[in-house]
Design a binder for this molecule. Structure first.
Ligand code: AVJ
Length: 315
């Protein structure tokens, strides 16, 4: 049995036994899962990465023009290979602070950015950014610009998304700004294709979770007894990924027995999609006011510049 993260074990055992079986989406990203996600971002059907990158290419100059000088850019998640340099090149920040729970991803991305920005002070923070945290002393007095691209906010249900945005506000402090990428509501066919591609990469990404359970938790799940399903949940305005049993199946994980009837599913991811007003309401609920929203011609994706609202009396 390969190195089992105790939190993975707890989440899987509790999740498989739950009345609505589910495993938190963050467990999709082991080595193989991260590689498959990289592959997803290059698929013809998967528009978000390409659309957001084009928006940053086009508008990072406009974003930079609306900021103060000498900003410290604080990225929630370790820098993505292409999006982060686009922002850094336009903003010319005084420092860059990537925050990630994985020290390995942090070191890799800091390394890559050092090569391209030799004069930029980089202060990586290994931490879970869903809770407020203390930034390095070196950036204590700089104005802060948070950066949260990739529509990662979409993975959180509204309540957790608000908690997360509040934690970010508290981490960044008074007067902070935030650049956040949000995926927009659109034709359901476009959304379903993006999460169930013809080449089957998203299916492999989803099913990889079962391989990971087998390897790391000593499971004997017959992976071929499950299939990838992407569904649109209109009431919740989200794409859901599920693993659906194609026949009655029983298996063991970490010594515990589970049975799924044909058609039963394990819910593995939510990807919420926001209308123009929805995104504003979500940010406002967490104490952020929208300064500007940049979107593409088809209005498929938005990059939003928000500012921390000062506390005030209101009717
Ligand atoms: C990286 C979490 C934003 O929800 O679109 C892609 C993950 N899942 N295809 C998304 C994902 C299936 C992606 N996020």
């Amino acid at each position: 049995m390969a190195r089992a993260d105790p939190a993975f074990r707890t989440d899987v055992l509790a999740g498989l036994a739950a009345p609505i079986p589910a495993v938190p989406a963050r467990w999709l990203y082991d080595r193989r899962g991260s590689e498959l996600f990289e592959e997803i971002t290059r698929l013809p059907e998967y528009y978000p990465t390409r659309t957001e990158t084009a928006l940053l290419e086009r508008y990072s100059g406009e974003i930079a023009a609306m900021l103060a000088k000498g900003e410290a850019v604080v990225e929630f998640g370790s820098g993505s290979s292409t999006k982060t340099p686009l922002l850094l090149r336009a903003v010319h920040p005084a420092a860059y602070v990537p925050i990630d729970i994985s020290g390995e991803f942090l070191r890799e991305s800091a390394e890559a950015l050092r090569a391209e920005f030799p004069d930029l002070p980089i202060h990586p923070v290994e931490a879970d950014f869903v809770r407020p945290l203390e930034l390095p002393a070196a950036v204590a007095n700089a104005p802060k610009l948070g950066f949260f691209p990739g529509s990662t906010i979409g993975n959180f249900v509204a309540r957790s998304a608000v908690d997360l945005l509040r934690a970010m506000k508290s981490t960044l402090g008074e007067g902070a700004r935030l650049v956040i990428g949000m995926d927009r509501t659109k034709d359901v066919e476009i959304l379903l294709a993006a999460y169930d591609d013809a080449a089957g990469v998203t299916a492999a990404f989803n099913l990889n979770l079962l391989h990971r359970i087998n390897t790391e938790l000593g499971g004997d799940i017959p992976v071929e007894a499950f299939r990838h399903r992407a569904i649109w949940n209109d009431a919740m305005s989200r794409i859901e990924m599920h693993l659906e049993a194609v026949r009655d199946v029983a298996f063991t994980v970490a010594g515990e027995r589970f049975a799924f009837a044909a058609g039963a599913t394990i819910h593995t991811e939510n990807s919420h999609k926001y209308g123009y007003r929805d995104s504003r309401l979500l940010l406002r609920a967490a104490g952020w006011g929208v300064v500007r929203d940049w979107t593409d011609e088809r209005e498929w994706f938005s990059i939003i510049l928000a500012e921390a609202e000062p506390p005030r009396f209101a009717p």
